[in-house]
Design a protein around this ligand. Sequence first.
Ligand SMILES: [Ca+2]
Ligand SMILES: [Ca+2]
Length: 228
Amino acid sequence: MKLIHFFKAGPTTALAGLLLCLPLLCAEAPAKEALALQLPAPTLKGTPEDLPKGPNIEPLTDKPRPPFMVPRGVTNVALGKPVTSSVAPFSGELNQITDGKKEAFDYDAVEFKKGTQWVQVDLGDAYSIYAIALWHDHRYIQVMHDVIVQVSDDPAFKTNVQTLFNNDVDNSAALGAGTDREYFETHQGKVIDAKGVKARYLRGYTKGSTSSALNCWQEIEVYALPAK
Ligand SMILES: [Ca+2]
Ligand SMILES: [Ca+2]
């Protein structure tokens, strides 16, 4: 009865009523926002003509990434946090992997010997993780191999391990065959959906790239909220 009366009052009143409802609708929707990454500049070396190809490689694009939605208030909780690794780097320092710098320069790259190697970030506390952004080595447009990202509450990664990304399709790293695709390293980095997983430690594996047998890391960012 009231609704009929409402619309009988005329279109102007109806529009005013709708506008009044809008803030209410917004308040009920989950508070999300587009992940805001500070992107480094693209490499000055350009794109090689003989790009690696393959059915399991995402095509290279220079389009900006579509907005990746995260809960409002997430911050990069990896910034400045301690980093350990399977082997010591032969170039650069481990703390450069969480120092916020990721330009396409040699002095922003931390390099490790060949083979399957990992780096690990201790966030210092458990967090609800929504997005992980990685830059391995965008000095060159290349594809890193066997990219695996895991989180755990166990610093040894023996128990409660969750794999968030794995493109090791032939299981050469022996952590389980992955189903994700390989991708080109660019200044846009790689964003992995962590879906709110709770964890304190993050580990990232690689095994060389299409350009080099060596392993390299520039930056790991972990966008999260304190775990409830
Ligand atoms: Ca860095
Ligand atoms: Ca492999």
